[in-house]
Design a binder for this molecule. Structure first.
Ligand code: ZN
Ligand code: ZN
Ligand code: ZN
Length: 327
C-alpha cells in the first residue's frame, strides 16, 4: 500500500509504504541480491553473468505507478492521496566491493549518462513532479546492502527541501534583476576560495560557507544548467572527473571508505519553467565529524530544524583539500 498523508502543521506529505512487510523472499545472509546471477546460483535482481551499469524498478517501492486511491480518506485538514510515483535502483558496477570512489572515471562518466537518461525518462511521466537521484552509502547511514548502488525516486510532488531551495532562488531572482541565487553563491565561493576543493573545467566542488555537516560538499555546475539532462558531453565528462577526485579525497580523509548521503538538486519535472531558478548541483553529507565520531541528527536538528556544527567549514575545507590530489 502506497499512501500519502498530509501533515498540515509542516505543510508536507508523509509517504507510507506498508507492503515492505509482505516480503516473502528471504535470501541467506551472505547472498547479495545485487550481484550478477552466478550459473546455478541464487537468482539475483540481475539475471546475467556480468553487467556494466544496471537499472531496475525497486520491488518494494516507497512510491508505485499504480498506487490506488486510499481507503482511508483522512479529513479536510489532513487529507490522503495515492502514493503514486516510481522508485528505481541503479547498480554502479557488478563488482561487489567497488565504490564510486574506486571506480574508473570512464565508468563514472557512463553513470552520469545513465542518471541523465533516467531523469529525462522518469521526469516525462505525468505523475512525476520531481526526479530525485541519490545514494546512501555505508552502515553509518543505515545501508544494509553493500553492493555499490544508488536510487532514484520519482516523487508525485516537489519534496520540501528542494521546494525550499527553489522558493529561495525564485524570490532572490525576483528581487535581483533575474539573477540566479546559485550562480551568485558559486561566484562568491570561487572568489573567497577558502572552502574550494576541486576546480574542474565545468564543475566546482566546495564546502559551503553555511555547511550543515563538517564535511558537507556541494558540486556545482558553473553554467546555469537547470538539470543533469541539460549538461553537454564535455560537462558530463568533467563532472565525472571532479566527482572522482573529490571521492578519492573523501576516502583518504580518515583512511576508510567514507559513508555519505549524496543527493542531486535540479529542476522539478512538473511542467513549469525553472530556468534561472533551478541550478543543477550535487550535495554530499558525510555523517563523520572525525574518524570515530558521527554527527547525529538529534533534538535540535530533528525537532527544531536547527543545525549545530562544532567546526567551521574553512577548517574542514583546508583538511579535506590536503587530501585531494590533482586539483
Ligand atoms: Zn553484490
Ligand atoms: Zn545558476
Ligand atoms: Zn541544494
Amino acid at each position: 500500500m502506497n499512501q500519502l498523508r498530509w501533515d498540515p502543521t509542516l505543510r508536507e506529505w508523509v509517504a507510507y509504504a506498508t507492503h515492505r512487510q509482505d516480503r516473502t523472499f528471504l535470501p541467506p545472509a551472505e547472498y547479495c541480491p545485487l550481484c550478477p546471477t552466478k550459473p546455478g546460483g541464487f537468482p539475483t535482481e540481475v539475471p546475467r553473468e556480468s553487467y556494466e551499469i544496471a537499472v531496475f524498478e525497486n520491488k518494494f517501492p516507497s512510491f508505485a505507478p499504480d498506487a490506488s486511491i486510499p481507503d482511508e480518506p483522512g479529513s479536510a485538514l489532513a487529507p490522503t492521496a495515492p502514493g503514486r510515483g516510481l522508485c528505481e535502483v541503479v547498480l554502479y558496477s557488478d563488482d561487489h566491493d567497488a565504490t564510486l570512489a574506486t571506480m574508473s572515471e570512464r565508468r563514472i562518466r557512463n553513470l552520469v549518462w545513465v542518471w541523465a537518461d533516467r531523469y529525462e525518462e522518469l521526469g516525462a511521466l505525468d505523475f512525476v513532479d520531481y526526479v530525485f537521484i541519490f545514494e546512501n552509502k555505508g552502515e553509518a547511514i543505515g545501508v544494509t546492502l553493500h553492493h555499490p548502488h544508488g536510487q532514484i525516486y520519482g516523487y508525485p510532488f516537489i519534496p520540501p527541501r528542494p521546494a525550499k531551495e527553489l522558493s529561495a532562488a525564485s524570490e532572490y531572482r525576483a528581487k535581483n534583476e533575474g539573477r540566479c541565487l546559485h550562480c551568485d553563491l558559486l561566484s562568491q565561493e570561487r572568489e573567497d576560495a577558502r572552502r574550494l576543493l576541486v576546480e574542474g573545467e565545468h564543475f566546482t566542488a566546495f564546502i559551503p560557507f553555511y555547511a550543515h555537516f563538517p564535511y558537507e560538499v556541494h558540486v556545482y555546475s558553473r553554467r546555469c544548467a537547470p538539470s543533469i539532462a541539460d549538461l553537454g558531453a564535455e560537462e558530463r565528462r568533467d563532472l565525472a572527473s571532479v566527482l572522482k577526485r573529490l571521492l578519492v579525497g573523501y576516502d583518504s580523509l580518515f583512511g576508510f571508505s567514507l559513508p555519505y548521503m549524496m543527493v542531486m538538486h535540479q529542476s522539478p519535472t512538473d511542467g513549469e519553467n525553472y530556468e534561472g531558478i533551478a541550478h543543477f548541483h550535487i550535495e554530499f553529507y558525510p555523517p563523520n565529524r572525525t574518524a570515530d565520531k558521527l554527527k547525529y541528527l538529534a533534538g535540535s536538528e530533528t525537532g527544531a530544524g536547527a543545525f549545530i556544527v562544532d567546526v567551521f567549514p574553512e577548517v574542514t575545507a583546508e583538511t579535506l583539500r590536503g587530501k585531494i590530489e590533482g586539483r
